[in-house]
Design a protein around this ligand. Structure first.
Ligand code: AMP
Ligand code: MG
Length: 412
């Protein structure tokens, strides 16, 4: 068995990471703070909406049975009902009501004929106003039925439902000002490396820590609350001390120092801090050294140090976990299908995630691999739109082949 066979597959690694997580405690937040989060409890409707059958068109409310005679049918026009008014009289046979979009249907009416299918008739003396209806309509035509949106006492939306704008609109219509959602995960981010400095320091032979600020943006975009813990030097004591200080977080992310280098102390430090390691090393490029574990209710991710490796492993492993903590049920990375604009080769053993720029051309999504695929070059991700999944056992992908693309969450 080669060493690479002992590596976890990406799918298994994600499943094992997700198994460590469950949705966080529910809090009630204002609707504008709930956008993009998942509902934390089943919600029952308090109001029936719409409260009455109402018109979907400007036109005439009719008894559909009145239109069974040869067309056009002439009907007397009773009252005019605008949106915001209640009808006052029941519709008798041979009579219709002028009605505007959103106005409640009068008792007796069962359909609406749109204005464009009618011809108004000038009022003639004592007979009052009338209209010619040019088409027959079945019952229910252009009627928005009572309770179409919600029925009081019945389920409105289920726990786990992602809260987009229409869902929040439903709550607004119910008069709900707050909704229950799992609270946002608190995420600590620690950079490790003797070579690192902050962006506001003179480098003096060091390189700027880009991972922590990048991961903080990715965490925030995924719905978490990031806290930067700064830079730890490459000693087990310092990494361990920083981890010990990181209390009260749901997730702790470290970057770098997780491989087999002489100064890679993250795993030892996690162990020293009592973190139970779940796995280490995944059959993936970029990002093979990756450590995941748990202590109490805190999950630990030791991400690799190369800037692209940390971003890719965040996408594939951390983001799904943050989504699960946030109560989402659909946590797998999104995928779309495209075609390869180029050709790719590799040896079997690791799944590769290739940075591509995908564009819509001739009715299809074409994915062009970016020229640079080294995991150290941030520039190579600058114009990437997706990660192309080059499966573990595959060794070549030909031009035009259908490929699986993962939209990345880091793009503008
Ligand atoms: P390591 O995993 O410690 O061997 O680091 C792998 C590579 O990632 C090295 O070239 C590091 O200099 C680089 N690196 C590590 N941490 C960071 C960071 N926070 N920001 C940018 N590059 C980093
Ligand atoms: Mg290092």
């Amino acid at each position: 068995m080669s060493a690479e066979n002992e590596l976890l597959s990406v799918e298994d690694a994600r499943a094992r990471s997700l198994a460590l997580a469950s949705p966080l405690a529910v809090e009630w937040v204002r609707l504008d703070e709930a956008l993009g989060r998942a509902l934390g409890a089943d919600v029952t409707a308090q109001r029936t909406l719409p409260p009455w059958d109402n018109s979907a068109m400007d036109g005439y409310a009719v008894r559909s049975a009145d239109l069974l005679s040869p067309l056009p049918v002439r009907l007397a026009v009773g009252e005019i009902i605008h949106a915001g008014e209640m009808p006052e009289v029941e519709l008798r046979p041979g009579v219709c009501a002028r009605i505007m979009t959103g106005a409640p249907l009068p008792v007796g009416a069962d359909a609406v004929v749109m204005q464009e299918r009618t011809r108004a008739i000038a009022s003639e003396g004592a007979e009052g106003p009338a209209v010619e209806i040019l088409e027959a309509v079945p019952p229910g035509t252009f009627v928005r039925p009572r309770g179409e949106d919600a029925r009081a006492g019945e389920p409105l939306l289920a726990r786990g439902t992602p809260l987009g704008i229409p869902e929040l609109g439903l709550f607004t219509a119910q008069g709900m000002l707050t909704v229950p959602v799992p609270r946002r995960p608190r995420v600590a981010i620690l950079s490790t490396g003797d070579e690192l400095c902050r962006a506001d320091e003179p480098p003096e032979g060091r390189i700027v820590d880009t991972n922590a600020p990048s991961l903080a943006l990715a965490v925030a975009r995924a719905g978490g609350i990031p806290t930067l813990l700064g830079i730890a030097r490459d000693t087990q004591e310092e990494v361990s001390a920083r981890l010990a200080d990181a209390q009260g977080f749901d997730v702790v992310i470290t970057s770098a120092g997780v491989s087999v280098g002489e100064r890679d102390f993250v795993k030892a430090a996690l162990h020293e801090q009592g973190v139970e390691m779940n796995f280490w090393r995944v059959a993936i490029k970029p990002g093979k050294p990756l450590a995941v574990g748990r202590r109490g209710n805190t999950l630990y991710f030791g991400l690799p140090g190369n800037p692209i490796s940390s971003l890719v492993t965040f996408e594939l492993f951390v983001r799904p976990v943050l989504r699960k903590l946030l109560g989402h049920t659909d946590v797998e990375p999104a995928r779309v299908s495209g075609r390869l604009d180029g050709s790719l080769r590799k040896s079997a053993g690791l799944a590769h995630y290739i940075r591509v720029a995908a564009i819509w051309r001739d009715g299809e999504l074409w994915a062009r691999p970016l020229a640079t695929q080294t995991s150290g070059a941030l520039r190579s991700a600058a114009s990437a739109t997706h990660l192309l999944h080059f499966p573990r056992e595959a060794s070549s992908l030909a031009h035009g082949e259908h490929v699986v693309l993962l939209p990345v969450s880091w793009i503008a």
